[in-house]
Write a protein that binds this ligand. Structure first.
Ligand code: BEZ
Length: 256
């Protein structure tokens, strides 16, 4: 059985199980180095936790995300937040920078994303971000797919996790000069066991499992991951690998 189930977002569940994702975005904001007065697009803003930080630098920020629930949460923070598919950006030469954190791995047409970002930037603009890179959550993916397989089920991996060279090539092909692109292994503490992470962030995988079997499925996956992702004190972490990058539209950082 195969399906491409959808991910839905609940801002409260996200805050309880995945707040760490935006908490770890501070170095990406530093890499962006926002300047007062700049017009910035936050691509895949989630609940707006990092957008608020960009606005705090005195920037004019437009925040976009495909989830209506997340956009409602971002609007509640007073942000200019708009429901939008990052693979269909409509902007033309209006931003000084495009910023993105922990969102691009959800967009499985990366060429459409990068082309849209290039169009959205003013000449000389910059594209700075971080998302899951090659090998990201590999143990979790393997455990979930093995438990699905043993039940005769299949669900396509819902994420795009490229290597640094692969993503740099895509950027260069779309008119960017890459300043940096690095894979960063980052085992990341979880607030509970990995079951909460899977229920919050890996819903497309779970959608192929009948509701009545979901609890048993999750317990099996959690136990298979315990020796890999849980230490002796009972602390769980996710096996994150980030791809952090910065690129300029038609120019090299060193020429600035
Ligand atoms: C991540 O931030 O790496 C991530 C989030 C959700 C699903 C997969 C990966």
């Amino acid at each position: 059985m195969s399906t491409s189930g959808k991910q839905s977002w609940n801002p409260d569940q996200y805050a309880a199980n995945a707040r760490i994702v935006s908490d770890l975005g501070a170095p990406v904001v530093e890499l962006l180095a926002p300047k007062p007065g700049e017009r910035i697009l936050d691509l895949g803003c989630g609940d707006g936790a990092l957008t608020v930080k960009l606005a705090g630098y005195g920037c004019e920020v437009v925040a976009v995300d495909s989830s209506p629930e997340m956009i409602d949460a971002a609007k509640a923070l007073g942000l200019d937040a708009r429901i939008m598919d990052g693979q269909e950006l409509p902007f033309e030469r209006e931003f000084d920078a495009v910023f993105t954190n922990a969102a691009l791995h959800w967009m499985k047409n990366p060429a459409a994303v990068v082309a849209g970002v290039e169009r959205a930037l003013k000449p000389g603009g910059r594209f700075v971000g971080e998302f899951g890179g090659r090998g990201n959550v590999a143990a979790i993916v393997a455990a979930v797919e093995s438990a699905l397989g043993s039940r005769g089920l299949y669900s396509e991996c819902p994420w795009y996790f490229p290597g640094a060279e692969e993503y740099s090539k895509l950027l260069e092909e779309n008119g960017f000069s890459v300043q940096s692109a690095t894979l960063i292994p980052r085992p990341t503490p979880l607030p509970g066991d990995v079951g909460g992470w899977i229920e919050t962030l890996a819903q497309p995988y779970l959608s192929v499992i009948p509701d009545s079997l979901r609890g048993e499925f999750l317990r099996e996956v959690v136990e298979s991951l315990r020796p890999v992702l849980c230490d002796r004190e009972g602390n769980w972490h996710a096996d994150y690998v980030r791809l952090r990058f910065s690129a300029g539209k038609g120019w090299r950082w060193s020429d600035r």
